[in-house]
Design a protein around this ligand. Sequence first.
Ligand code: ARG
Length: 482
Amino acid sequence: MFVADSDSSAAKTWSQRFEGSLHPAIAQFNASIGFDIRLLEYDLTGSQAHARMLAHCGIISAEEADRIWAGLEQIREQSRQGQFNPGVEDEDVHYAVEHRLVELIGETGKKLHTARSRNDQVATDLRLFLRDRIDRIAAFLHTFQAALLELADSHVTTLIPGYTHLQRAQPVSLAHHLLAYFEMAQRDIERLQDVRERTNRCPLGSGALAGTTFPIDREFAANLLGFESVTANSLDAVSDRDYVVEFHAAASLIVMHLSRLSEEIVLWASQEFSFVRLTDACATGSSLMPQKKNPDVPELVRGKSGRVFGNLQGLLVTLKGLPLAYNKDLQEDKEGLFDSADTVLACLEAMTILLREGVEFRQQRLAAAVMEDFSNATDVADYLVRKGIPFRTAYQLVGKIVRTCLGNGKLLKDLSLEAWQAFDPVFEIDIYEAIAPEQVVSARTSAGGTGFEAVRSALQKAKALHAQIPSILSPHTPAARW
Ligand code: ARG
């Protein structure tokens, strides 16, 4: 059996109920300091607010609160200078801070944890961290949208084949295609705003699970930390992580959208499509095949989406069997959250650079692509409808025309007027204009469709929406109001 030296800090950490200290391997297993050190800034700020609140309520003196505040500020400074590197003996960031605080300011430091538990403390830290990451991600989404708008602006009249089932369907404006991703990003921002509301509630003052015997003022601390309100139920507050799950879901949708765009870029960059050229800024070579230029950036974004989805699933499974209130299982909430926040930010940054500097649309190739297929067949049917033929009858006839063309190795535009009229005498010379790709696109005048006018108006609306910076981006909630 491992017998601890009673002077070790593990023994010092807990109450005198403990005689020995943890087995070193168990100390390692139990510790979260290796990853929760990332909560340091939030832990310091949360503790500063707690100390101010204790003084405000007369639980400690104003001088004590000042000393604690300054000591915590000193730890922040030390950490920024690389002089605060707690190890496993401190177990987690909360203990590490308290230990250093006592080292720095002595006995007064031991008053900080009055009317508080690590359970409401860690929940507070996590919410502060997440609120901050939500704001950063929303800002990155906004920049990603800017890149889409810039591209869309220069490609309103550029045509690209539109697909369903990955089969050529109808040509569309490239701007229309890009604006589809703008819409997705817009909803992603809205979702983050929504998660932020539920994240921005203060659990501090819930104690370990049941509240505290001290006359605290929860609103006071919450206000200092920029929280919108305080949580209502102490049991729920220390054990709830559904705001993290919601974030994972929102993050999953963001990377899912990025992954779809990535997949398109990978396809477009292939020799088979050749719709885009990859610039040297965002492509890589092969170690073996000298001719290769690979779309690593979109491939990586597509690949990284998997771990974000995994983190969502991981946390759900961690939570599902937990009785109220806090359980140590909850320590497992952090790494997935850090990872998803980092991954989403990295993917958004990479995709924005890719759009701005990494891809060039091959206009000639795109123009040729929309000429070489039957994606104007619907327009022949619509033409017949305008001549009074019922749609289903027209649809059947055009099917026959396409089949005949395929048999002869021709496209619709190659048919002579006599050939058209042999199918139906209502065809006139204006059929050629009706099936020209530009006409096919511009004729789709319905709102939200790909007609050039509809796209121009959608682009204007998108720009206006983008210019009225979402509330989430303006101005950041101060880390602390004092
Ligand atoms: N490191 C812990 C966590 O991340 C802090 C809370 C510990 N609370 C406790 N009762 N052991 O969840």
